[in-house]
Design a protein around this ligand. Structure first.
Ligand code: PGA
Length: 251
């Protein structure tokens, strides 16, 4: 049995209003029941639904995380949200460095600063990394992920391993229905763990896989030794499918 409790997080992306989030959480709670779960469970609603989701999830095992955070405490950053605002909305963590944010301009330095700002505010963090299809086919995956992981963790202290997880999400597998094979996911999550191990205890760090995880693909992925959970996009929008993925987590 691994010392690392699996973490299954649903990234709702730009989906669901507060009203829809409340309905979703009610259904998810009914599925998960009140007993102890093998996995830690989290959902990442859009900013506008954070507060409603946190209220609906209150008293349950479902944790609420934001999808992104800005590194500044406040100021002239139109459209951005600070870590303190996320805390005030009732969430207790955030994603940082999702590939869709990086594609929109988020740099490695910003990822590092945002990880730091989130941790300083008392939020837990899931830091995302992943290579493109071109990079994988060119044999650049290892060098690319090594750079992303080293850069993103640059301001993290060893003692913070318990409040930080890394999600390995190959860009070619996100939203494409083309899940990485369990072999590729395992091998690459192991690589991420090795690199992160330069800063954090690799035996304590949780490394998640993300990219077209479904109730069908989850069991094969979650059974691998270096895959400590999943970051789920599309399939997390349906509480039935998401609960099935949570149920596939193994101790
Ligand atoms: P997907 O998204 O499950 O829809 O591929 C995963 C993610 O982007 O976190």
């Amino acid at each position: 049995m691994s010392a690392r409790r699996p973490l299954i997080a649903g990234n709702w992306k730009m989906n669901k209003t507060g009203v829809e989030a409340r309905e979703h959480i009610a259904r998810l709670r009914a599925h998960l029941g009140e007993g102890d779960l093998v996995a830690e469970v989290a959902v990442c609603p859009p900013f506008t639904a954070l507060e409603a989701t946190a209220r609906a999830a209150s008293g349950s095992a479902v944790r609420v995380l934001a999808q992104a955070v800005h590194e500044a405490e406040k100021g002239a950053h139109t459209g951005e949200i600070s870590a303190g605002m996320i805390v005030a909305a009732g969430a207790d963590g955030t994603l940082v460095g999702h590939s869709e944010r990086r594609a929109a301009g988020e740099t490695d330095d910003q990822v590092a600063a945002r990880v730091r700002a989130a941790l300083d505010a008392g939020l837990s963090v899931i830091m995302c990394c992943g290579e493109s299809l071109e990079q994988r086919e060119a044999g650049e995956t290892e060098a690319w992920l090594t750079g992303q992981v080293r850069a993103g963790l640059a301001q993290v202290a060893a003692g913070e391993v318990g409040v930080l997880a890394i999600a390995y999400e190959p860009i070619w597998a996100i939203g494409t229905g083309r899940t990485a094979t369990p072999e590729i996911a395992q091998e690459t999550c192991a690589l991420v763990r090795r690199v992160a191990g330069e800063r954090l205890d690799p035996a304590a760090l949780r490394v998640l896989y993300g990219g077209s995880v479904t109730p069908e693909t989850a069991p094969g992925l979650l059974g691998r030794p270096d895959i400590d959970g999943a970051l789920v996009g599309g399939a997390s929008l349906d509480p039935d499918a998401f609960a099935a993925i949570v149920g596939a987590a193994q101790p």
